[in-house]
Write a protein that binds this ligand. Sequence first.
Ligand code: PEP
Length: 249
Amino acid sequence: MIQPVIAGNWKMNKHIGEAVAFARRLRAAFATPPAREVIIAPPFTALHAVAEALRGSCIRMAAQTLHEAEKGAFTGEISGGMLREAGCTHVIVGHSERRTLFGESDGSINRKLRAALIAGLQPIFCIGESLRQREAGETPKVIEGQLKEGLNNLTADDIGLCIIAYEPVWAIGTGKTASPEQAQEVHRFIREWIARQYGGAAAERLAILYGGSVTPANAAALLAQPDINGALVGGASLDVDSFVQVIGH
Ligand code: PEP
């Protein structure tokens, strides 16, 4: 049985005071831990303060990216070890905004996944097709390519520490959601691919999250699908009440 995961990706939003206030309210809402694992991904500047606000709670914290190296002359970058020290348990890797706006390739995403695992962080590895690719019928090919390159040289044990997020690019921040059936089809494809490459046990344990305009109104139908094990939530995670509603479904 896979424990469902609801992760909130705040992107470049919330100053430290706002982030801490949110964390305190979220913590208060889940004094009794929910059945779902809850993760929030604040911007770098707020990580340490949010970790302090969440200390001793059931809520986990992710960073939104990391650098592939442990340390060195990489101005502006942050390593996995630094994120661990700041209190992160997870890190988002390969988000479509990182791929499209910051030129992250499948190869660099693969190195970041490995760096995260070495640092003891659980990666939330994002994959997904663009609208053009979906309309051209290329979704399976794109997803398979991202999985193959992104997970290159990872073992079944490594996969056991990863979370995958299927995020169709056309559904991120657009208000357009994949239908539960569309999402389920791709989630099943991902699980079957993992089963072929890493064995059935790894595939059955793998949490595969859906991301793309998840809201309190559509979360329940998406999460009811057999291969959807949670959600990566952008916009709706910025408001504590709407995030709590998504978690609560
Ligand atoms: C995201 O950024 O991962 C995301 C899914 O955003 P939104 O929920 O706003 O579409």
